[in-house]
Design a protein around this ligand. Structure first.
Ligand SMILES: [Zn+2]
Ligand SMILES: [Zn+2]
Length: 396
């Protein structure tokens, strides 16, 4: 527990600030913005933090919608991360409006309550849904001086520790030769045929990859008219496995499939690689502390999940570089799937916001512990040093 004075001041701050945080959550929810376009969300969060006395750096790491808000001086430095991008078509079906408002609320409450040495940061991390904003920030050195990073993710259950699949998005485009499909097909080379060939090749190699691997794709451009041989066609795939090394192995074989498809169809294939989302290392002391504060609010966490299929997040990359946690907090009924219209609906309810305040309280109290208690900081650092990433048992 943080000192009784700090705990009391955090409580008071949460009570004062929660109504405004609800507004922030609802207004971000009402204006869903796709990855790297989160101008409204980044501005509303930055402005609130600046008004509360945080020093604002906007547009960090070369991303206009990224920001870092800092208050205090020197080490230790605790960062609370906010995601705020939405999904195409379904809006906030991953509940990032709650991550944003909850992260802001935790940062504001802790900043108001904490009077010791150290720095509190709230870091705005754009484009979790495919753009890897945290990876860009990591590579730009945003987390170099950070001793621990905390965040939470809305879910249909409460769980502190989960493995995450390493993942890489790849865009493939094929360039062929256009021709009239009836008058002179012999002059054409179909880029669409190459894309179809690639899907067939991927399905052929699918049987011979580790059972933990996942390869899935969609055709994003298949030509314009049936009577024109398509000179251009494109697809997007995601390659996943339980480790980054596994994904890189898949990529080698995928690359060969692209080359073979181009060769077979007389076209040129071109690969554009997205960032590699790595596996995750869950810091145990941080996770256990957050779990204890959620339990105290009647939300006991489920046991760690370290097997089976999971999604991916760019928090993985951060967690391999510094102590980090990505707990899941139940904001909606059990069985509600993420990335659905149902979750979009729940992300704006009173119940979801109530759970978000509980998460913000747990993050602020854990942050208070981290800043006040050197022994706890040592435990966090030792766990980070001694533990490997969480990958399913028996995985390579
Ligand atoms: Zn998502
Ligand atoms: Zn998400």
């Amino acid at each position: 527990m943080p000192s009784p004075e700090l705990t009391e001041r955090i409580e008071q701050a949460l009570a004062d600030l929660r109504a405004d945080a609800r507004q922030v959550s609802d207004s971000i929810h009402a204006r869903p913005e796709l990855r790297f376009e989160e101008r409204f969300a980044a501005a509303i969060l930055s402005d609130r933090l600046e008004q509360a006395g945080f020093r604002l750096e906007r547009g960090i790491a070369g991303m206009p919608t990224a920001f870092r808000a800092s208050i205090g001086e020197g080490r230790p430095t605790l960062a609370i991360l906010c995601e705020y991008d939405a999904l195409p078509e379904i809006g906030h079906g991953c509940g990032h409006n709650l991550i944003a408002a909850g992260g802001m609320l935790a940062g504001l409450a802790l900043a108001r309550a904490f009077r010791g040495a150290g720095t509190i940061q709230v870091v705005g991390t754009p484009a979790e849904e495919g753009g890897g904003g945290k990876i860009v920030e990591l590579e730009a050195g945003v987390f170099d001086e950070v001793d621990a990073a905390l965040m939470f993710h809305p879910s249909d259950h409460t769980r502190m520790i989960r493995h995450a699949t390493a993942s890489r998005k790849v865009k493939v485009s094929f360039h062929g030769i256009a021709a009239h499909a009836a008058a002179s097909p012999e002059h054409g080379r179909s880029a669409l045929a190459a894309v179809i060939q690639l899907f067939v090749a991927v399905d052929a190699l699918r049987q011979f990859v580790p059972e933990t691997a996942r390869i899935h794709g969609v055709i994003t451009d298949g030509g314009q008219a049936a009577n024109v041989v398509p000179a251009f066609a494109a697809a997007e795939f995601q390659l996943r496995d339980v480790t980054s090394t596994g994904v890189e192995h898949l990529l080698e074989r995928f690359r060969a499939a692209v080359e073979a498809s181009a060769l077979a169809t007389g076209t040129d294939g071109e690969l554009t690689l997205g960032s590699l989302y790595t596996e995750r290392k869950n810091n145990r002391p941080l996770a256990e502390r957050i779990g204890a504060y959620l339990s105290a609010q009647g939300m006991p966490p489920e046991p760690p999940l370290l097997t089976g299929g999971t999604g991916s997040s760019d928090i993985g990359n951060v967690s391999l570089a510094i102590p980090a946690v990505h707990p899941y907090v139940q904001v909606m009924p059990r069985g509600t799937a993420t990335h659905t219209a149902e979750m979009t609906e729940y992300a704006a309810t009173d119940e979801a916001f109530e759970a978000t305040v509980a998460a913000a309280r747990a993050l602020a109290l854990t942050g208070g512990d981290f800043l006040e208690d050197g022994v706890f900081r040592d435990e966090v650092a030792a766990d980070f040093r001694d533990r490997g990433p969480d990958v399913p048992m028996g995985a390579r």
